[in-house]
Design a protein around this ligand. Structure first.
Ligand code: F6P
Length: 324
């Protein structure tokens, strides 16, 4: 392998730049060429490539977002799209690629690898932490800190007005952000898609906490939670059935994906980038780099995609105890 492509794909996450930097510099260190592919699979289909040397990634370790840009690409889901991408890679002399992204990005890489026998290695970059084969995905730790900081601010105004706040956090299908940030920010209740206990139980719990002397409360709702039709409907339900509380909703949204990565995410990205390039040069393919027990490991991409991440039951218990 003499030329490695690197790109970011799907929803961006803090730490992606640190991972790009690591891939580029490891290539320079091991004397293989590195090519940046812009806008993920879209840029691959359009041949949007740029050679990257060690100095091209100066001053990005601390930056959120991704200097290579990102996209969710429909065309890559078609055989014709993938053929165009392959032709462009071959024309540019690219032998292998490192994809930094989530579930959808890995599925694309796996199909591409099967169709063209093209070497690929994945680095998990998503704030959702919903990838099997790694305890942490890049951006999760930073997003948690961002969410906790935001909820701390909401707590100030909630307690000043004796209000109940429903705060929606990201997590399309999973509740990892909600559960961890909920415990970290001291939420009263945490609603996650993995554990739907129903609206009535929520109401009872809120009543109990009011009776126990709490004057304000924060309920964290994961984006993918199905306790209500949506967070606004849930607010209406609680207000209708529990008029004692003045209720407000705050949807944190895309600010959770931005910002300077935490030290943890920067270190993780640096370690994962080195492992990704070294693995390709050792002839490995169709694998994802992950971290388990503080060791950098490899998992087959198909397992990373298909395996389900488990919600931490112990953390649910801790949250229940803390909200007495
Ligand atoms: O997968 C990361 C994520 O931030 C999810 O939590 C969220 O549901 C989704 O991306 C939003 O995607 P988009 O930025 O395309 O609206």
């Amino acid at each position: 392998i003499r030329k490695i492509g690197v790109f970011t794909s799907g929803g961006d996450s803090p730490g992606m730049n640190a991972a790009i930097r690591s891939v580029v510099r490891t290539c320079a260190y091991l004397k293989v060429e590195c090519i940046g592919i812009y806008r993920g699979y879209q840029g691959m289909i359009e041949g949007d490539f740029k050679p990257m040397g060690a100095r091209s990634v100066n001053n990005i370790i601390n930056k959120g977002g991704t200097i290579l840009k990102s996209a969710r690409c429909q065309e890559f889901r078609t055989k014709e799209g993938r053929q165009k991408a392959y032709d462009n890679l071959i024309a540019a002399g690219i032998d292998a690629f490192v994809v930094i992204g989530g579930d959808g990005s890995f599925t694309g890489a796996m199909i591409f690898n099967q169709e063209f026998d093209f070497p690929v290695i994945g680095i998990p970059g998503t704030i959702d932490n919903d990838i099997f084969g790694t305890t942490f995905t890049l951006g999760f730790d930073t997003a948690l800190n961002t969410v906790v900081e935001a909820i701390d601010k909401i707590r100030d105004t909630a307690s000043s007005h004796n209000r109940l706040f429903f705060v929606e956090v990201m997590g399309r299908d999973v509740g990892h952000i909600a559960l961890n940030a909920g415990v970290g920010a001291g939420a009263e209740e945490i609603l996650i898609p993995e554990e739907n206990l129903g609206r009535e139980r929520l109401l009872e719990s809120l009543k109990r906490s009011k009776e126990s002397g709490k004057s304000s409360s924060i309920v964290i709702v994961a984006e993918g939670d199905k306790t209500g039709k949506n967070i606004f409907e849930l607010k209406d339900y609680v207000e209708d059935n529990f008029p004692d509380y003045d209720v407000r909703v705050s949807v944190l949204g895309h600010m959770q994906r931005g910002g300077s990565p935490s030290c943890y995410d920067r270190v993780l990205a640096s370690r994962m980038g080195v492992k990704a390039v070294e693995s390709l040069l050792e002839g490995k393919t169709n694998l994802m780099v992950g971290i388990q027990d503080n060791e950098i490991i490899l998992t087959p991409i198909n397992k990373a995609i298909k395996g389900h991440t488990k919600i931490d039951k112990e953390l649910i218990r801790v949250s229940d105890i803390m909200s007495i």
